[in-house]
Design a protein around this ligand. Structure first.
Ligand code: HEC
Length: 150
């Protein structure tokens, strides 16, 4: 079997693993420090809620402005990404798949909004939600257990 992990990734991984305990010591003992991903999720949630409100108003221009924020959402810093990838292991493509799908559907929602096609906007919005839910159902609890648990 061929193991084709590239060296810069491997070095980043070792660095992350070495730094982990040091960062853990620096944190307060009771409350684990929130992952950057959590802040990104809160922003996604707020943008999705804003889209929902704009749909109710048939305000397609606002939807068109919000959609790229979802399609191009922020990413965690490299160290956190490496930790998450190391934890996901062989499930990494599945996890990433949900994210890519959500981004693609958000881009499509933006295009539909620019055309004023309300039905397509609503359909794309539902597709994005399926990716949010799909990833949460499959990974969120395990993620929390791993990164915030004992
Ligand atoms: C690729 C996987 C994935 C996708 C896609 C995803 N999430 Fe999440 N989400 C997570 C994980 C993992 C957590 C747990 C993060 C944590 O607690 O640090 C989370 C947590 C959350 C939370 C809880 C934040 C908190 O304060 O605890 C919200 C809200 C959220 N996501 C909203 C969304 C929305 C809205 C979408 C779709 C636009 C979405 N997520 C798409 C993986 C995903």
């Amino acid at each position: 079997m061929q193991c084709s992990i590239d060296w810069s990734l491997a070095r980043a991984l070792v660095f992350a693993l070495a730094l982990g305990p040091i960062c853990a010591m620096a944190q307060s003992a009771d409350q684990p420090k929130p992952m950057a991903l959590r802040g990104i999720m809160l922003q996604l949630d707020s943008d999705m809620n804003a889209v929902n409100g704009a749909i109710s108003q048939k305000d397609w221009q606002t939807v068109a402005e919000l959609a790229p924020r979802i399609a191009n959402h922020a990413e965690p810093p490299i160290l956190e990404k490496v930790k998450i990838l190391a934890w996901l292991n062989i499930d990494a493509p599945k996890f990433r798949g949900f994210d890519v799908k959500a981004k693609d559907d958000a881009a499509a929602m933006g295009d539909a909004a620019k055309k004023g096609d309300g039905q397509a906007v609503v359909a794309d919005y539902a597709k994005i939600q399926q990716s949010c839910l799909g990833c949460h159902e499959q990974f969120r609890q395990k993620f929390i257990d791993h990164f915030y648990g004992g």
